[in-house]
Structures are given as structure tokens and as C-alpha cells.
Ligand binder design. Sequence first.
Ligand code: NAP
Length: 287
Amino acid sequence: MLCVTAATGQLGRKVVDFLIQRVPASEIVVAVRNPSKAVDMAQRGIQVREADYDRPETLEKAFSGVSKLLLISSPAVGRRVEQHRNAIEAAKKMGVEVVIYTSVLHADRSRLGVIAEEHRKTEELLVDSGLNYTILRNGWYAENYAPIVKAAAAKGELVTSAGNGRISAAPRRDFAEAAAIVLTTDGHVGKIYELAGDEAFTMRDLASEISKLTGREISYREVSQEDYARWLIDVGFPEPFAHFLASIESAIAEDELYDESHQLSQLLGRPTTPWRQVVAEILRGEI
Ligand SMILES: NC(=O)c1ccc[n+]([C@@H]2O[C@H](COP(=O)([O-])OP(=O)(O)OC[C@H]3O[C@@H](n4cnc5c(N)ncnc54)[C@H](OP(=O)(O)O)[C@@H]3O)[C@@H](O)[C@H]2O)c1
């Protein structure tokens, strides 16, 4: 049995969609915090089990009979190491053969603050557990820029404190397809994949692309971290999240989200979805 945790999330749902094209539904288990959100999956013949990272007893039941587990990282920044520890321990106890974990790009050396620290610690827990593992170090989701692209298009201005940092983003669907491939093919045990889009962009590139696609001149303004946080709040981001995003911009300015290894396209067997295509989808309201 193949199991996907957090399958009701935006990434998890896409993984399940790819998985069901590759294996019968009867071989898939989704381990989700809230099974009532996965009724559609049950209707497709997928087993739905309750699995809350905060409640180890649910995890053990959910992982029963599972051979390969995709552990999608929790969104609860600040509490994730404990939550992931619960999942890894339950997987070990239940005899899961391989755990595939969604980490962050270059987790071993990344300076993306708490994000990198939590992924780094989880990777260590997984390696030290003695379980077979594969680590998918996912780069930034291109969809993360949707609110920024929309705000820039509306205001005629893109504000940033990420300087000339290059961002090798790819849409969730690319990372999801790669995860489905790793779940359903052999040869991935012990591997650590750095997964990122083939072509990187800077925030200046992003502003030019929005100009091109909207036909409206989008001015580009580099500001301090504080002013960037203020701009994010201005365009509708919740205050704590705006400060959090602004706090990692200096790392992005230093290319922390840049990667040129093309391992994502190698896994997919095709080029990654171009970032310009994602920007167009955002501006058409599809994302
Ligand atoms: N690479 C990037 O750019 C990037 C950006 C953001 C996040 N991430 C990471 O990637 C993960 C997946 O991204 P996403 O876009 O799919 O996030 P998402 O849409 O926010 O989904 C998060 C999923 O985690 C589940 N979850 C939350 N708390 C849980 C708990 N205590 N136990 C079990 N499941 C729990 C949620 O369940 P419910 O459906 O019940 O709420 C949901 O299914 C995130 O959780 C985060 O770790 C990466």
C-alpha cells in the first residue's frame, strides 16, 4: 500500500491525482487530519484514514500495512519537528518500508531561518531512524507569488527586498508529479533530490513579465525588509505572515531559492512548467 499524509492539502491532492493515474485506487491510502475533507477520495476507491501529526495513536493506525509513505511536511511552522517525529516513529513502529519526506531546497545549508531548521532536523530524525528514506527537497511553489503578482498588477508596482536573488520556483503540480513518480518507481532509496524549476527568475523579471502580460507598466522598487513587510500588509497579507515573509527575503536575495541541478525535470522526464506560464495562469485567475 502507498500512503500519502496531508492529502487534503493543496500539494497532497495533486499527488493523489497523479498517483491514481499510475496505480489502482485500491493500493492507495490517504492519511488525513480530517477524513470528512476526503470524501471525494473515498468515492474514488481510495482508503481514507485519520492521521493527525499531533496524535501519535492515529498515526500508528493509519500506517498499518503501508509499504511506502509520503510524509508531506506539516504547515505548523514552529511545531513541525515534534509532529514529524511522531510520524517517523509511527512509521518505524508499523514496519513501513520507505518514508519519502518533502523537505526544502538545500535544507542542509539553507539560511531560510526556521523553515530550513525544521526541515534539517526532520531529515536528521529520518536518517537516524534507520528507516529507508528518500528526501524530496522541494523549492518554492510558484503559486506563492500569486498574491504578489495580483497586487503588482492592480497597483502598477512591484515592491521587493529580495534584490537580484534568483528563484527557481515550480508549480505544486510539478512537485506533486515527482512525488507520485518516486512513490511508484524503484531506485530512490537513500536519495536526496534537490527539486526546483529549470528556469529561475528575479523579482525584476517578474515585474517585466507582469507588464508584458497586462500591457500596464509595472514599476519595480527595491526597499528595506521593513518596508517590504509594510507593502505586504498594505496589499492584504496578515501582519505576522508579512513579517515572516519579509524576514526570509535577505536569504532569497542571496540565491537561497536558486538551483541549477535540473533534478526535478530529470525525475519528471520533461522540462518543468515555465514560471512565465504560471504568471499567466495567475493573471487569468486560474491560480
Ligand atoms: N515549497 C513551498 O513553497 C511551500 C510553501 C508552503 C508550504 N510548504 C510546505 O509544504 C506542505 C504542503 O503544502 P500545501 O500547499 O499542500 O499546504 P496546505 O494546502 O496548507 O496543506 C497542509 C496540509 O497539512 C495538513 N495538516 C495540518 N496540520 C496537520 C496535522 N496536525 N496533522 C496532519 N495533517 C495536518 C492539512 O490538513 P487539513 O486539510 O485538515 O487542514 C492540509 O492537508 C506544507 O504543509 C508546508 O510544510 C511548502
